[in-house]
Design a protein around this ligand. Structure first.
Ligand code: SAM
Ligand code: SF4
Length: 352
């Protein structure tokens, strides 16, 4: 197996040995998990610079020749769905709307695997002009990242004054026919007090709000456990304005815990990646914009599919490489270990 080591050595690094892997087509790992949810990062570029994700100057540019092309992405997604048992694909980044060929990528995947659920995670800047085209191309779901409705907080957090464009994007997605739009919010101490307003707004718009605990995946490496907003603190703040009733998860591999708001049917989710890790149920596999498979957000050990693909590998050979990459997936992110070191790639360079 060809691997690319982009990070520093860690006790969580495992061998590349796949000799004990069972002969099954799916993306199984040593801990019995099966990855069925593919996240494809399309670019490192972004229209915002969220402090918990990107450096102020943006990520170093990926040379054009290293970026997967439209047809390469469509082919790899096809291998995942047709050979590896992947059920759902999500396009992310960086900001996927920064790719002009996003509609072509989606249309290509839809033609190749009719009925494939395809979702987009986006900051929605500029989505207002493209929501209809994306729906026509075959996109099935949209998740939009929005942390606050306070314009000053938004501008400080994202280092860009683009709140109006995001709100227009959310409304355009709804007008284009996307239903069950999810809004993802990463809370920071300064935006915690605004969380109830954000929830009230999402309830009015018919969007499902999910709060995500901030993970140590910022490019500036300033994350500190003492500074992050844990789920408990958020529940306390939301509970002062809404009555919250915890509900069963619809799907055990779904990371969000859900609470009915004021008796339902509307709900709010919390993805407590740090304080209530769900690694044991993780069903994700990731493809970076440069075409490497990443088995875990926190593992810098990557398997290069782009080189194999451009070297003439068959679909079966690429599928075998992908299976090997996932077999050695770590048990968990290891954030609680004394020797924890954040990965070299930040969230925007992996694809959240
Ligand atoms: N640009 C798109 C967006 O913001 O939705 C897609 C890429 S972004 C990396 C995907 C998701 O990761 C966003 O919902 C964002 O809030 C989340 N994210 C970024 N950095 C994070 C961090 N350090 N901890 C937790 N979530 C993070
Ligand atoms: Fe860009 Fe998304 Fe990262 Fe914000 S979270 S900087 S919008 S990639």
């Amino acid at each position: 197996m060809t691997t690319v080591d982009v990070g520093m050595p860690s006790v969580r690094d495992r061998t590349d040995d796949v000799s004990d892997r069972p002969e099954v087509p799916e993306l199984v790992d040593r801990f019995g998990r099966i990855a069925r949810d593919l996240r494809v990062s399309l670019t490192e570029k972004c229209s915002l610079r969220c402090t918990y994700c990107m450096p102020a100057e943006g990520l170093p540019e990926i040379p054009r020749e290293k970026l997967l092309t439209t047809s390469e992405i469509v082919r790899l997604v096809g291998i995942a769905t047709e050979h590896l048992g992947v059920h759902e694909v999500r396009f992310t980044g960086g900001e996927p709307l920064m790719r002009r060929d996003l509609e072509d990528i989606i249309a290509g995947c839809a033609r190749q695997t009719p009925g494939l659920p395809m979702a987009l995670t986006t900051n929605a800047v500029g989505l207002a002009h493209r929501a209809g085209k994306l729906a026509d191309a075959g996109l099935t779901r949209v998740n939009i990242s929005l942390d606050t409705l306070d314009r000053d907080h938004f501008a400080r957090l994202t280092r860009r004054d683009r709140l109006d464009s995001v709100l227009a994007g959310i409304r355009a997605a709804s007008s284009a026919g996307f239903t069950r739009i999810k809004v993802n919010a990463v809370l920071m101490p300064e935006t915690l007090a605004g969380a109830p307003d954000l929830l009230a707004w999402c309830l009015d718009e018919g969007a499902e709000l999910r709060f995500i605990e901030q993970m140590p995946l910022d490019a500036d490496h300033t994350w500190a456990r003492s500074q992050m907003v844990p789920a408990e603190a958020l529940l306390e703040v939301l509970g002062r304005r809404f009555s919250l009733t915890e509900t069963e998860r619809e799907d055990p591999s779904a990371p969000a815990e859900r609470w009915l708001v004021d008796g339902g049917p509307a709900s709010v989710g919390i993805i407590a990646s740090v304080t209530r890790s769900f690694c044991a149920d993780c069903d994700r596999t990731r493809l970076t914009a440069e075409g490497t498979v990443r088995s875990c957000l926190f593992s810098d050990r990557e398997t290069d599919l782009r080189a194999a693909l451009r070297g003439g590998a068959s679909d079966d050979e690429l599928a075998a490489l992908w299976r090997g990459a996932m077999w050695n997936k770590w048990a968990g992110h290891g954030m609680d270990a004394a020797d924890f070191a954040p990965p070299q790639r930040s969230m925007g360079a992996i694809g959240g």
